[in-house]
Design a protein around this ligand. Structure first.
Ligand code: FES
Length: 108
């Protein structure tokens, strides 16, 4: 029998994963995107408002090209070449509006 405590986590609506690895972007664009996501979610009240978005960085999705890469769960939608401007659109249309931005999706 394990002595581990059962973890708990606040409820969320969507979970955004951003690759910050060095193989799909060469100059830290993934990490910059991840930090920008944090700021934008807070500014829009999407961390603990009516819509709750959780985020995490990952070191590699095993894709390693076309970054920065971003994955939205539980929708299973994967975006490529996400920049600051695209991120604003993805937040509004997908994370808030529930409709993926098809032109930047590379996998569903
Ligand atoms: S380093 Fe980003 S997917 Fe592998």
């Amino acid at each position: 029998m394990s002595d581990s405590l059962k973890p708990s986590m606040p409820a969320y609506d969507r979970y955004v994963l951003v690759c910050t690895g060095k193989n799909c972007t060469r100059h830290g664009e993934g990490l910059a995107l991840y930090e920008a996501l944090k700021t934008k979610l807070k500014q829009r009240g999407l961390v603990d408002g009516n819509i709750k978005i959780k985020r995490s960085q990952v070191h590699c999705f095993g894709v390693c090209t076309g970054g920065p890469l971003l994955c939205v769960q539980p929708d299973g939608v994967w975006y490529y070449a996400v920049d600051d401007e695209k991120l604003d659109t993805i937040i509004e249309q997908h994370l808030v509006g529930g409709k993926p931005v098809a032109e930047w999706v590379f996998h569903e």
